[in-house]
Design a protein around this ligand. Structure first.
Ligand code: CDP
Length: 226
């Protein structure tokens, strides 16, 4: 397996894209980039600085003040996101950020800035990136594209458990409502909406364990690299 490829994983909120992306990157010794973390970090900056999220002009004028970086975690297990030098990996997962991120992700100036960064990261191949527009806009030529789905209830349960385990105070119902709201906004926005086309392999993991979904995705990778 010497030839390097890019793997794009898109899909609805909280359907296990990150889990799969991380496992594939580990197995292949590729870089895993969570593009959603970048949209979340921009949102965190705007919230902290009391920028009106409904005001695209104001958002655009603050983008020059936002510097994002990914750095390897201490256990070398993953890349963590830094906002102007501060590790914000945990804070960006708060519901306060999740409830505004899809509004921010609609803004074309935001998308342009982040897509450029993502494309630079992927230019030498060997990247697994998950998000909403990775196979359509960021890496339209990605050798492997996976579109992940799972039922809303399963996704809400998974995200709720994740948040509780991370010490966040949330209710299952508000987590589920947030997923539904984000899916609606992400799928219906004008710029780079979440959408699937024929170039994707679809993976519904409602009834698959992380191991089973990994095996399935690896079979697609092996077919490409053999
Ligand atoms: O982890 P989860 O699936 O809940 O979401 P995420 O990947 O962290 O993404 C958070 C939000 O960022 C999404 O709901 C989208 O609004 C936005 N996003 C995007 O517009 N394009 C991407 N490539 C990645 C995320």
């Amino acid at each position: 397996m010497s030839r390097k490829i890019n793997i794009a994983i898109d899909g609805y909120s909280s359907c296990g894209k990150g889990t799969l992306a991380k496992a594939l990157a580990k197995k292949l010794s590729y870089i895993f980039i969570d593009s959603g973390a970048m949209y979340r970090a921009v949102t965190l900056f705007l919230l902290r600085n009391k920028v009106n999220i409904a005001d695209e002009i104001q958002i655009e004028s603050r983008l020059q003040d936002i510097q994002l970086e990914f750095k390897q975690s201490l256990d070398n297990d993953r890349f963590e996101i830094y906002l102007n030098g501060e590790n914000v990996e945990s804070e960006i997962r708060d519901l306060s950020v999740a409830s505004k991120v899809s509004e921010v992700a609609k803004v074309s100036a935001v998308r342009k800035k982040l897509v450029e960064m993502q494309q630079t990261i992927g230019q030498n191949k060997g990247v697994v990136m998950d998000g909403r527009d990775i196979g359509t806009v960021v890496f339209p030529d990605a050798e492997l594209k996976i579109f992940m789905t799972a039922s809303t209830e399963v996704r809400a349960q998974r995200r709720y458990k994740e948040m509780i385990a991370a010490g966040k105070v949330v209710e299952l119902a508000e987590v589920q409502q947030n997923l539904i709201d984000r899916d609606r906004i992400d799928s219906s926005r004008d710029d780079s909406p979440l959408t699937m086309n024929d170039s994707y392999n679809e993976l519904d993991n409602s009834f698959l364990s992380p191991e089973q979904q990994f095996e399935l995705a690896m079979s697609w990778v092996t077919k490409l690299l053999d």
